[in-house]
Write a protein that binds this ligand. Sequence first.
Ligand code: 5RP
Length: 223
Amino acid sequence: MNDKQRVAHFAAQRIKNGMTVGLGTGSTANYFIEALATRVVTEGLQVKAVSSSVVSSLKAQQYGLPLLGIEHISVLDVYVDGADEVSPDLSLLKGRGADLVREKLLAKAGTEFWVLIDQSKRVQHIGQNFPIPLEVIPFAWQMVQREVSQLGGQGRLRPSGNGDGLAVTSHGSLVLDVIFPPELDTRTLNDKLNSISGIVEHGIFFGLTTTLFTGHDGRIIEQ
Ligand code: 5RP
Protein backbone atom coordinates (compact mmCIF):
# COMPACT_ATOMS: atom_id res chain seq x y z
CA MET A 1 0.00 0.00 0.00
CA ASN A 2 1.43 3.44 -0.89
CA ASP A 3 1.00 6.59 1.24
CA LYS A 4 -1.96 7.84 -0.83
CA GLN A 5 -3.80 4.54 -0.35
CA ARG A 6 -2.94 4.43 3.35
CA VAL A 7 -4.23 7.94 4.01
CA ALA A 8 -7.40 7.26 1.99
CA HIS A 9 -8.13 4.09 3.99
CA PHE A 10 -7.49 5.94 7.24
CA ALA A 11 -9.97 8.71 6.32
CA ALA A 12 -12.59 6.18 5.17
CA GLN A 13 -12.45 4.59 8.64
CA ARG A 14 -13.44 7.98 10.12
CA ILE A 15 -16.75 8.14 8.24
CA LYS A 16 -19.72 7.50 10.50
CA ASN A 17 -23.10 5.96 9.82
CA GLY A 18 -25.62 8.35 8.25
CA MET A 19 -23.09 10.89 7.00
CA THR A 20 -23.41 12.77 3.71
CA VAL A 21 -19.95 12.62 2.15
CA GLY A 22 -18.53 14.66 -0.73
CA LEU A 23 -16.21 12.73 -3.03
CA GLY A 24 -13.23 14.54 -4.50
CA THR A 25 -11.42 13.90 -7.76
CA GLY A 26 -8.01 12.38 -8.49
CA SER A 27 -6.04 9.26 -7.60
CA THR A 28 -6.19 9.80 -3.82
CA ALA A 29 -9.93 10.52 -3.95
CA ASN A 30 -10.33 7.33 -5.99
CA TYR A 31 -8.63 5.31 -3.24
CA PHE A 32 -10.98 6.93 -0.72
CA ILE A 33 -14.06 6.09 -2.83
CA GLU A 34 -12.92 2.48 -3.03
CA ALA A 35 -12.23 2.24 0.71
CA LEU A 36 -15.55 3.87 1.61
CA ALA A 37 -17.46 1.56 -0.74
CA THR A 38 -15.74 -1.45 0.84
CA ARG A 39 -17.06 -0.38 4.25
CA VAL A 40 -20.56 0.07 2.81
CA VAL A 41 -20.50 -3.45 1.37
CA THR A 42 -18.72 -5.30 4.18
CA GLU A 43 -20.00 -3.44 7.28
CA GLY A 44 -23.36 -2.17 6.06
CA LEU A 45 -22.22 1.43 6.67
CA GLN A 46 -24.96 3.81 5.52
CA VAL A 47 -23.80 6.95 3.71
CA LYS A 48 -25.00 9.29 1.03
CA ALA A 49 -22.36 10.49 -1.41
CA VAL A 50 -22.10 13.55 -3.64
CA SER A 51 -19.50 13.63 -6.37
CA SER A 52 -17.25 16.46 -7.59
CA SER A 53 -16.79 15.15 -11.14
CA VAL A 54 -18.09 12.78 -13.77
CA VAL A 55 -15.03 10.58 -13.26
CA SER A 56 -15.69 10.26 -9.52
CA SER A 57 -19.40 9.61 -10.14
CA LEU A 58 -18.48 6.73 -12.42
CA LYS A 59 -16.05 5.39 -9.85
CA ALA A 60 -18.68 5.59 -7.09
CA GLN A 61 -21.29 3.90 -9.27
CA GLN A 62 -18.83 1.15 -10.18
CA TYR A 63 -18.43 0.39 -6.44
CA GLY A 64 -22.15 0.71 -5.71
CA LEU A 65 -22.05 3.87 -3.58
CA PRO A 66 -25.45 5.63 -3.47
CA LEU A 67 -25.10 9.08 -5.08
CA LEU A 68 -27.08 12.28 -4.64
CA GLY A 69 -27.04 14.97 -7.36
CA ILE A 70 -25.11 18.05 -6.26
CA GLU A 71 -28.25 20.11 -6.95
CA HIS A 72 -30.04 18.22 -4.14
CA ILE A 73 -27.76 19.27 -1.31
CA SER A 74 -26.83 22.50 0.43
CA VAL A 75 -24.59 21.08 3.18
CA LEU A 76 -22.41 18.02 3.63
CA ASP A 77 -21.05 16.42 6.76
CA VAL A 78 -17.64 16.14 5.16
CA TYR A 79 -15.93 16.73 1.83
CA VAL A 80 -12.88 14.54 1.20
CA ASP A 81 -10.38 15.36 -1.54
CA GLY A 82 -6.71 15.45 -2.50
CA ALA A 83 -4.66 18.51 -3.44
CA ASP A 84 -1.80 19.49 -5.73
CA GLU A 85 -0.03 21.66 -3.13
CA VAL A 86 -0.50 22.32 0.61
CA SER A 87 1.29 25.18 2.36
CA PRO A 88 2.05 25.38 6.11
CA ASP A 89 -1.16 27.38 6.82
CA LEU A 90 -3.14 24.52 5.13
CA SER A 91 -3.98 26.60 2.07
CA LEU A 92 -4.33 24.43 -1.03
CA LEU A 93 -3.73 24.52 -4.72
CA LYS A 94 -6.17 22.34 -6.64
CA GLY A 95 -7.47 21.98 -10.14
CA ARG A 96 -4.89 20.18 -12.22
CA GLY A 97 -7.96 18.11 -13.17
CA ALA A 98 -9.58 21.37 -14.39
CA ASP A 99 -13.08 21.09 -12.85
CA LEU A 100 -12.74 23.52 -9.98
CA VAL A 101 -16.27 24.75 -9.53
CA ARG A 102 -17.81 21.63 -8.03
CA GLU A 103 -14.72 20.96 -5.93
CA LYS A 104 -14.86 24.40 -4.33
CA LEU A 105 -18.64 24.34 -3.89
CA LEU A 106 -18.39 21.00 -2.05
CA ALA A 107 -15.40 22.12 0.02
CA LYS A 108 -17.44 25.14 1.16
CA ALA A 109 -20.61 23.08 1.71
CA GLY A 110 -18.76 20.65 3.96
CA THR A 111 -19.11 21.10 7.70
CA GLU A 112 -15.66 19.54 7.52
CA PHE A 113 -13.15 19.41 4.67
CA TRP A 114 -10.59 16.61 4.94
CA VAL A 115 -7.58 16.87 2.68
CA LEU A 116 -5.64 13.71 1.88
CA ILE A 117 -2.07 13.95 0.60
CA ASP A 118 1.30 12.31 0.60
CA GLN A 119 4.41 14.22 1.62
CA SER A 120 5.21 15.24 -1.98
CA LYS A 121 2.35 17.78 -1.88
CA ARG A 122 3.85 19.88 0.94
CA VAL A 123 5.22 23.25 -0.25
CA GLN A 124 6.41 26.47 1.36
CA HIS A 125 4.02 28.64 -0.65
CA ILE A 126 1.08 28.06 -2.98
CA GLY A 127 2.18 28.23 -6.60
CA GLN A 128 5.64 26.86 -5.83
CA ASN A 129 5.41 23.87 -8.20
CA PHE A 130 2.44 24.65 -10.42
CA PRO A 131 0.75 27.69 -11.97
CA ILE A 132 -2.58 28.74 -10.44
CA PRO A 133 -5.47 27.48 -12.61
CA LEU A 134 -8.22 30.01 -13.31
CA GLU A 135 -11.45 28.73 -14.81
CA VAL A 136 -12.55 31.59 -17.09
CA ILE A 137 -15.58 32.40 -19.22
CA PRO A 138 -14.27 31.88 -22.78
CA PHE A 139 -15.12 35.34 -24.15
CA ALA A 140 -13.52 37.01 -21.11
CA TRP A 141 -10.14 35.29 -21.19
CA GLN A 142 -8.17 38.23 -22.62
CA MET A 143 -9.71 40.65 -20.12
CA VAL A 144 -8.87 38.27 -17.28
CA GLN A 145 -5.34 37.84 -18.61
CA ARG A 146 -4.90 41.62 -18.66
CA GLU A 147 -6.08 41.94 -15.05
CA VAL A 148 -3.81 39.17 -13.79
CA SER A 149 -0.84 40.66 -15.67
CA GLN A 150 -1.40 43.85 -13.63
CA LEU A 151 -0.75 41.68 -10.55
CA GLY A 152 2.47 40.43 -12.17
CA GLY A 153 0.90 37.17 -13.34
CA GLN A 154 1.90 35.44 -16.57
CA GLY A 155 -0.84 33.24 -17.98
CA ARG A 156 -1.42 30.87 -20.85
CA LEU A 157 -4.54 28.96 -21.85
CA ARG A 158 -4.28 25.27 -21.00
CA PRO A 159 -4.08 23.02 -24.07
CA SER A 160 -6.37 20.01 -24.33
CA GLY A 161 -5.07 16.60 -23.32
CA ASN A 162 -4.25 15.61 -26.90
CA GLY A 163 -2.67 19.00 -27.58
CA ASP A 164 -4.71 19.90 -30.68
CA GLY A 165 -7.00 22.44 -29.02
CA LEU A 166 -7.84 24.02 -25.67
CA ALA A 167 -8.90 22.33 -22.43
CA VAL A 168 -12.61 22.95 -21.82
CA THR A 169 -14.21 22.25 -18.44
CA SER A 170 -17.54 20.46 -18.02
CA HIS A 171 -19.13 23.91 -17.66
CA GLY A 172 -17.70 25.09 -20.99
CA SER A 173 -15.02 27.31 -19.44
CA LEU A 174 -11.37 27.65 -20.47
CA VAL A 175 -8.47 27.25 -18.05
CA LEU A 176 -5.87 29.99 -17.77
CA ASP A 177 -2.78 28.71 -15.93
CA VAL A 178 -1.03 31.67 -14.30
CA ILE A 179 2.37 32.02 -12.63
CA PHE A 180 2.29 34.80 -10.05
CA PRO A 181 5.27 36.45 -8.34
CA PRO A 182 6.08 34.35 -5.22
CA GLU A 183 6.01 37.43 -2.98
CA LEU A 184 2.21 37.77 -3.47
CA ASP A 185 0.80 36.12 -0.35
CA THR A 186 -1.96 33.54 -0.68
CA ARG A 187 -4.66 35.49 1.16
CA THR A 188 -4.11 38.61 -0.99
CA LEU A 189 -4.03 36.58 -4.18
CA ASN A 190 -7.17 34.68 -3.18
CA ASP A 191 -9.03 37.95 -2.48
CA LYS A 192 -7.88 39.55 -5.74
CA LEU A 193 -8.83 36.53 -7.87
CA ASN A 194 -12.25 36.37 -6.16
CA SER A 195 -12.89 39.94 -7.31
CA ILE A 196 -11.97 39.66 -11.02
CA SER A 197 -15.01 39.45 -13.32
CA GLY A 198 -14.83 36.62 -15.83
CA ILE A 199 -13.12 34.19 -13.44
CA VAL A 200 -15.67 31.48 -12.67
CA GLU A 201 -13.43 29.86 -10.03
CA HIS A 202 -9.74 29.50 -9.23
CA GLY A 203 -7.49 26.86 -7.73
CA ILE A 204 -6.57 28.50 -4.42
CA PHE A 205 -8.51 26.96 -1.52
CA PHE A 206 -7.85 29.42 1.28
CA GLY A 207 -9.15 28.91 4.83
CA LEU A 208 -11.25 25.87 3.91
CA THR A 209 -9.26 22.86 5.17
CA THR A 210 -10.46 21.60 8.55
CA THR A 211 -8.19 18.53 8.76
CA LEU A 212 -5.10 17.57 6.78
CA PHE A 213 -4.07 13.90 6.67
CA THR A 214 -0.56 13.36 5.32
CA GLY A 215 0.76 9.91 4.50
CA HIS A 216 4.49 9.93 5.12
CA ASP A 217 6.74 6.86 5.03
CA GLY A 218 3.93 4.56 6.14
CA ARG A 219 2.64 6.86 8.92
CA ILE A 220 -0.38 9.19 8.99
CA ILE A 221 0.13 12.72 10.28
CA GLU A 222 -3.11 14.50 11.23
CA GLN A 223 -3.26 18.28 11.72
C1 5RP B 1 -8.26 17.67 -9.04
C2 5RP B 1 -7.46 17.89 -7.80
C3 5RP B 1 -6.81 16.68 -7.19
O1 5RP B 1 -7.28 16.56 -5.88
C4 5RP B 1 -5.34 16.86 -7.18
O2 5RP B 1 -4.91 16.98 -8.53
C5 5RP B 1 -4.63 15.69 -6.51
O3 5RP B 1 -4.65 14.55 -7.32
P1 5RP B 1 -4.00 13.19 -6.88
O4 5RP B 1 -4.76 12.68 -5.69
O5 5RP B 1 -4.15 12.30 -8.09
O6 5RP B 1 -2.54 13.44 -6.55
O7 5RP B 1 -7.35 18.97 -7.29
O8 5RP B 1 -8.79 18.88 -9.50
